[in-house]
Design a binder for this molecule. Structure first.
Ligand code: SF4
Length: 61
C-alpha cells in the first residue's frame, strides 16, 4: 500500500506526529508521504494518520 498527500493539506503536522516513518512536513509547510509502498509494519499507523487527518488530505492506493 502506498500513501499520498493531496493539495488539501493544511500543514497541521498531525500525520508526521502519528507516523513519522511515512509522513514529514516539507519546507513548504505541507506534508509529504514517503514514496513507494509502505512497509507492512507501518500500515496501521499510516492508516491511523489518514483517518485522523482533519483535511482529508491523505489518500492511498
Ligand atoms: S494530517 Fe492532513 S492536513 Fe495535517 S499535515 Fe498531515 S496531511 Fe496535512
Amino acid at each position: 500500500m502506498e500513501f499520498f498527500v493531496n493539495d488539501q493539506c493544511i500543514g497541521c503536522g498531525l500525520c508526521a506526529q502519528m507516523c513519522p516513518e511515512v509522513f514529514h512536513l516539507t519546507d513548504e509547510g505541507v506534508s509529504k508521504a514517503a514514496e513507494g509502498a509502505v512497509d507492512g509494519s507501518l500500515e496501521a499507523s499510516a492508516q491511523a494518520a489518514l483517518d485522523a487527518c482533519p483535511a482529508n488530505a491523505i489518500e492511498k492506493r
